[in-house]
Design a protein around this ligand. Structure first.
Ligand code: MSP
Length: 537
């Protein structure tokens, strides 16, 4: 099956281990990949999805981090790569490939692209004079910096700091560099923005005004950075780390020539979706598409932009008191709960606060109470009163059931639409409406009384309705909480449904010969187990 959904995360700098912010990017992309895989498998296809993440290993920042630990850059990167891989495995990240920019394959592809752009006259040698922030690995305009009262001892000038990395002084760069003719592509970039490639759409304003204010060519090489890819045929210079990093997205496909020449690879590339944080929008929505234009390759289908997770008003970052190790959160709440929290709490594009208290409250309310209790009380009753066998319940026969099923189907299809449009937080909100409906239905029908009264047929009917809602919920949460989804399906005796998506249209005919609406297909249950145990305070 051709790849019609290619999703990428930013590749992470390895100057520190993963933190909650980088996990957020990765979990978002993972949920999108899982959603698309399920969609195609549920109609009997193979996976149509390719999910790429990895590490940005070159450049001054990494060179200095390695040096500070008295390690060679490559030993240092190997060490950090292990930390990323372990964390991603703990959080069930399902990437198809893990790119490391120091690999030979990637280095060859970057050089190939450089030569292509050189060949069409888009790279030239010029004089570079500017302010450079090693934290951002980017040149800064005066407006993007601020001065303090401290004087630079050598120059007797005030020290300038980058507004993003406020503790890091910017460095003055004055050297001969290779430049990319970015200015040439301004009009085509503006035309591209008109096709709505940026999501949420309001983010386009920032890049549009940047382009409209007059694009200048950018330096794409450096003379004093050793831990980088050498410029082909210029042994005095190495390639700018962002040029190298952006190219990671084409490396798994095989490079420029192959994308241009092999139809299915070109079509895979045409379906690329870059998920990024809002701080790196300019690189992805200005520099990268212009580089692709120069290479005569299709432009990304979507740039999906997320906001920042903040503590005490600041962005969580790799250094200082704001760093939060997701592995520590997983030790308390489990990785699935952390995934849920990240996807539910922060609507795509918006910034949001993080506190331990918020995570604990969400865990208790949404997971332990709403979902966990619903499953547990349903399965416990089914096991106790019906020996775990809840037979198929093909038809909706009462008015109450009809209304509940109708409301549930509406919420389910709304949730699915939100998954289709990359809005997991809204999708989960709708899913929790179904959980709420199931809890209300359970209470309204008091099935424990039916058990006490020995009205077992009626009990099976009520439990069948609740179980069908739980089953749909289990399918709907699978992009967000894949292990929980499997565990719920196991507990309700439907492990076989794991390859399905929640919507009725494909699901029902396969399970019930097309005969029913919202019918529980039957299942045998045993060994109920609390999904989200109470956590001691
Ligand atoms: N290496 C570059 C990306 C190159 S992509 C070709 C980079 N790396 S990074 O490690 O600094 O950041 C990676 C991603 O993590 C960015 O999208 C950034 O927005 C995201 N986050 C880092 N801290 C974050 C928060 N506190 N909150 C949400 N996301 C944040 O930039």
């Amino acid at each position: 099956m051709p790849i019609d959904f290619y999703i990428t995360t930013p590749i992470y700098y390895v100057n520190a281990p993963p933190h909650l912010g980088t996990l957020y990017s990765t979990v978002l992309a993972d949920s999108f990949a899982r959603h698309r895989r399920i969609l195609s498998r549920s109609v009997g296809g193979l996976s149509n999805t390719f999910f790429l993440t990895g590490l940005d290993e070159h450049g001054q920042k990494i060179e200095r981090a390695a040096h500070a630990r008295r390690m060679s850059p490559s030993d240092y990167c190997n060490d950090m790569a292990g930390k990323f891989l372990d964390t991603w495995a703990a959080f069930s990240i399902s990437n198809d490939e893990f790119i490391r920019t120091s690999s030979q394959h990637h280095r060859d592809i970057v050089k190939e692209a450089w030569l292509e752009m050189w060949g069409v006259g888009d790279i030239y040698l010029g004089d570079h004079e500017g302010l450079y922030c090693v934290g951002c690995e980017a040149t800064k305009t005066l407006d993007e910096t601020f001065v303090t009262t401290t004087l630079d001892a050598a120059l007797s000038q005030p020290v300038r700091y980058c507004k993003v990395h406020q503790k890091q002084a910017v460095e003055v760069v004055k050297e001969k560099n290779h430049f990319f003719r970015l200015s040439k592509y301004a009009d085509r970039l503006l035309e591209w923005y008109a096709t709505n490639p940026i999501d949420p759409p309001e983010y386009v304003n920032e890049v549009r005004s940047f382009v409209e204010s007059g694009l200048r060519d950018i330096s794409i090489s450096r003379t004093n950075v050793k831990w980088a890819i050498p410029v082909p045929s210029d042994d005095q210079q190495t390639i700018y780390v962002w040029f190298d990093a952006l190219m990671n997205y084409i490396t798994p496909i095989g490079g420029v020539e192959i994308i241009r020449g092999v139809q299915w690879k070109k079509s895979m590339w045409s379906n690329v979706h870059h998920l990024i944080g809002k701080d790196i929008l300019r690189f992805h929505a200005v520099y990268w598409p212009a580089i692709l234009m120069s290479l005569d390759l299709p432009l990304p289908k979507k740039i999906l932009c997320h906001g920042f997770i903040k503590t005490g008003g600041d962005k969580i970052s790799k250094s200082g008191p704001k760093q939060i190790d997701p592995n520590e959160l997983a030790k308390i709440y489990g990785a699935e709960a952390v995934r849920y929290f990240l996807l539910r709490e922060y609507p795509l594009g918006a910034d949001g606060a993080f506190t331990m208290d918020m995570l604990r409250k969400k865990y208790e309310a949404d997971l332990a109470n709403d979902l966990g209790n619903l499953l547990n009380r349903t399965v416990v009753l089914a096991v106790r009163a019906l020996g775990g066998k809840v037979p198929a319940r093909p038809a909706i026969d009462s008015h109450d059931d009809f209304t509940t099923a109708g409301d549930a189907i509406l919420a389910i299809s709304t949730a699915e639409k939100h998954w289709d449009t990359f809005r997991p937080s809204k999708a989960l909100e709708e899913t929790w409406k179904v959980i709420h409906m199931a809890n209300v239905y359970f209470d309204r029908h008091s099935p424990w009384r039916l058990a006490e009264a020995g009205e077992l047929d009626e009990l099976a009917q009520v439990l069948g309705m609740v179980l069908e809602m739980i089953r749909r919920v289990a399918l709907l949460i699978s992009p967000a909480m894949p292990r929980t989804s499997i565990e719920i399906l196991r507990q309700i005796g439907r492990p076989i449904d794991i390859e399905l998506w929640s919507s009725g249209s494909e699901l029902e005919p396969r399970l019930h010969g097309g005969a029913t609406l919202f019918g529980w297909p039957g299942g045998t249950m045993s060994h109920p187990r609390p999904l989200f145990p109470r956590i001691a305070k």
